[in-house]
Design a protein around this ligand. Structure first.
Ligand code: NAP
Length: 285
C-alpha cells in the first residue's frame, strides 16, 4: 500500500467543472498513501477527442473516467473494449497498460453491487426501468446478466424505448411501453423493482418526478432512483410515504468508482473515505 510513484488520472468530458470525481478519487488515493497520484478534470471538446486520447498515451496517464459527451464515441479511438462496455455501447473508464488503451463500463458493476448491498436479488425478478438513455442501457445489461425474468421499459419516447428493448432482446425478456399507456400501468402491478434512470427530480429541478402512479406497485416493491442529488428525490419521498422500501443513487455512484479504482490500481479503495468525501460535497451545504 502507498507509493511515491507519479501516476496521472483524470475525467474526460465536456463540461467537467461540476464533476465530483476529482475529489472522490483524490481522497481515496491520499488515504491509500498514493501521494503522487494526480487526478485532473480534462475538459475536451467533441472534435478534439482523438487528440486527447492520443495525449493520454504521450503523457503516460494510467487511466481516465469518461463522461458526457464522449462515452459512446471514445470506443473507436481505443485499442480494446471490455465485454460489458461492448454490449452497453458506452465506455466510462479507460485503462492505459503501457500504451494499450482498454475501455470499460463500471456502471454495471456499480448497479449490481448496489442491489446486492440493498439485499435485492435481481434473479427471476420483474424489473420496470424508467428511461431509455445511457444509464438505462447499463442497467438493462446488469439485469439481463443476472437473468431477471422480465424487464419492462417505460419512457416518454416509445420509439427510443423500443429500439433499446430490441438491442437487448437476445439477452432477456425485454418489452417497452409508452409510460402513459394503460399497458404500462398494468405492468407496474407485478413489478418487484422500479428503477428511475431519467434525470426527473435531479437538482435543481427537485419538484419533478416521473409520471408513474406508485400506488399501482405491489406491496414491498423496491423503488430505486439512481439520482444521487438530492439524496431523497420526490419519487423516493413519495414511495417512502406509501410504505415502499427505497434506494438512492449514492451506492451505485460509489461502487462504480470502486470498480474503476480497482481497474486503475489493482486495489480496493477505502469506501468510507470516498463516501465521506461525497457526502461533504453534496449534502453538507
Ligand atoms: P441520458 O442518456 O441523457 O438518458 C436520460 C433518459 O431520461 C432518456 O431516456 C431521456 O428521454 C429521459 N429524460 C430526460 N429528460 C426527461 C424529461 N424531462 N421527461 C422524461 N424523460 C426524460 O442520461 P443518463 O446518462 O442515462 O443519466 C440519467 C440519470 O441517471 C442522470 O440523472 C444521471 O445523473 C443518473 N446516473 C446516475 C448514476 C449513478 O451512479 N448513480 C450513473 C449514471 C447516471 P429522451 O430519450 O426522450 O430524451
Amino acid at each position: 500500500m502507498g507509493s511515491l510513484e507519479i501516476k496521472n488520472f483524470g475525467i474526460l468530458g465536456y463540461p467537467v467543472g461540476h464533476s465530483l470525481s476529482p475529489q472522490i478519487y483524490k481522497s481515496a488515493f491520499e488515504a491509500a498513501g498514493f501521494v503522487n497520484y494526480n487526478y485532473i478534470p480534462l475538459q475536451v471538446q467533441a472534435g478534439k477527442l482523438f487528440m486527447a486520447v492520443e495525449a493520454l498515451k504521450g503523457l503516460d496517464f494510467r487511466g481516465v473516467n469518461v463522461t458526457i459527451p464522449h462515452k459512446t464515441i471514445i470506443s473507436k479511438y481505443l485499442d480494446a473494449i471490455d465485454a460489458d462496455a461492448l454490449v452497453i455501447g458506452a465506455v466510462n473508464t479507460v485503462v492505459n497498460d503501457g500504451g494499450m488503451l482498454t475501455g470499460y463500463n463500471t456502471d454495471v458493476a456499480g448497479f449490481l453491487s448496489a442491489l446486492a448491498e440493498a439485499n435485492f436479488l435481481p434473479e427471476d425478478c420483474h424489473a420496470v426501468v424508467l428511461g431509455a438513455g445511457g444509464a438505462a442501457r447499463a442497467i438493462l445489461w446488469g439485469l439481463c446478466k443476472k437473468r431477471a425474468e422480465y424487464i419492462t421499459i417505460g419512457a416518454r419516447n416509445p420509439q427510443k424505448a423500443q429500439a433499446l428493448a430490441n438491442d437487448f432482446l437476445s439477452y432477456g425478456n425485454v418489452e417497452s411501453f409508452d409510460w402513459n399507456s394503460d399497458e404500462f400501468k398494468e405492468m407496474l402491478q407485478t413489478a418487484d423493482i422500479l428503477i428511475n434512470t431519467t434525470p426527473l427530480g435531479m437538482f435543481p429541478e427537485i419538484d419533478d418526478m416521473p409520471p408513474v402512479d406508485l400506488k399501482l406497485l405491489p406491496e414491498g416493491a423496491l423503488v430505486y432512483d439512481i439520482i444521487y442529488n438530492p439524496a431523497e428525490t420526490k419519487l423516493l419521498k413519495t414511495a417512502k410515504e406509501l410504505g415502499y422500501p427505497t434506494l438512492n443513487g449514492v451506492s451505485m455512484l460509489l461502487l462504480q468508482a470502486k470498480e474503476a479504482y480497482r481497474l486503475y490500481t489493482g486495489e480496493i479503495p477505502d469506501m468510507k473515505i470516498m463516501e465521506k468525501t461525497l457526502n461533504k460535497i453534496l449534502y453538507s451545504k
